[in-house]
Write a protein that binds this ligand. Structure first.
Ligand SMILES: NC(=O)c1ccc[n+]([C@@H]2O[C@H](COP(=O)([O-])OP(=O)(O)OC[C@H]3O[C@@H](n4cnc5c(N)ncnc54)[C@H](OP(=O)(O)O)[C@@H]3O)[C@@H](O)[C@H]2O)c1
Length: 304
């Protein structure tokens, strides 16, 4: 098998960092990790130049505007990154490179009572959700041979996320009020990273890159309240009591879906992926968080 060039965009984020961490296990892949300083996806010419110069075979788009509440006021910037930048990547990659793009459960309105399938109607409620849907559409229009993986409740030892925030607050406070009436499935970014590389490996081994939308999260369903209790319990934090509150008592600028469980049958059946239960992955992440991370091992490529 010829070595394949894999561009990672947004490589300093949670997911991008997790992909870099396991990259060494894939000797058939040459990874080109970039973040906004090396490859700003809103710069169309730079994106085209990168795809062509580095003979990119696959682009994993981990770049995004992810500040869900801030997006309600930073609408233009949010769309520039989540829609226009995706269009730049799609147009540059069309006919050259295959794209794996990451999207979100926020494209749904959260009114369902059964896990969302890829074919279910889209009805985003927030600016972030609408911008991510616009990104999906831009990608599928310009480069229909792409794979979109929608995920939810993403966390990692890297970056800022719910798990790390709860670990910090759990140590600082004696009481925490957490929403009990929003249901979903947490996703360990390390598991999603593994899944993305399995998808590429599958494509290389079978010669088939099955384009389309897929859903991925960890197995199981929980609420933010139950998730928080588990986080503190697994971290051995006993000095903080977690109290359930309704979402109506935690007003946030951006509306959150009340139910955002994703049906993962398609990704499991297509790629033969075994998805870990959310508690198992959470435990692994918390253990990993207690160990020093050799972040410096992961180099961002200078491609200019
Ligand atoms: N976090 C979640 O709970 C969640 C849930 C569902 C889906 N997702 C999706 O999962 C994907 C990965 O999320 P994540 O949590 O890993 O994101 P993240 O940690 O916020 O990382 C995104 C990275 O993209 C970079 N970036 C921003 N603008 C860019 C640009 N113009 N060009 C290149 N890079 C740029 C960011 O840099 P700066 O930090 O400097 O802006 C950051 O390093 C995203 O598509 C996100 O929408 C996330």
């Amino acid at each position: 098998m010829m070595v394949k060039n894999i561009l990672i965009t947004g490589a300093k984020g949670q997911l991008g960092s997790e992909i870099q961490e396991i990259a060494a296990h894939y000797p058939g892949f040459h990874f080109i990790p970039t973040d906004v300083a090396e490859l700003d996806l809103t710069d169309k010419a730079a994106v085209e130049n990168c795809i062509a110069t580095h003979k990119i075979d696959y682009a994993i788009n981990c770049a995004a505007y992810t500040a869900v509440d801030k997006a309600e006021t930073e609408v233009e910037l949010c769309y520039a990154i989540n829609r226009d930048a995706v269009k730049n990547l799609a147009e540059a990659a069309a006919g050259r490179a295959k794209i794996i793009h990451i999207s979100t459960d926020y494209v749904f309105d959260g009114q369902s009572t059964v896990p969302y399938r890829e074919t279910d109607p889209i009805h985003p409620q927030s600016v972030y959700g609408k911008s991510k849907r616009a990104g999906e559409e831009a990608l599928l229009n310009a480069c229909p041979e792409s794979i979109i993986i929608r995920t939810a409740w993403l966390y990692s030892v890297y970056g800022t996320n719910f798990v790390k925030t709860m670990l910090r607050l759990g140590k600082e406070r004696s009481d925490l009020n957490v929403v009990y009436d929003q249901q979903g499935s947490p996703t360990c970014a390390a598991d999603l990273a593994q899944t993305i590389l399995s998808v590429i490996l599958h494509a290389e081994e079978t010669g088939n890159f099955p384009a389309g939308i897929y859903h991925y999260s960890n197995e199981g369903v929980t609420t933010w309240f139950e998730f928080t209790k588990k986080i503190l319990q697994m971290a051995g934090i006993t000095t903080c009591t977690v109290h359930p509150i309704p979402a109506s008592q935690y007003p946030a600028p951006a509306p959150r879906p009340g139910y955002s469980v994703l049906d993962k049958s398609k990704i499991k059946d297509t790629f033969g992926i075994v998805v870990p239960e959310w508690e198992q992955s959470l435990e692994r992440c918390i253990e990993k968080g207690n160990r020093p991370i050799e972040k410096k091992r992961y180099k961002i490529c200078c491609i200019k």
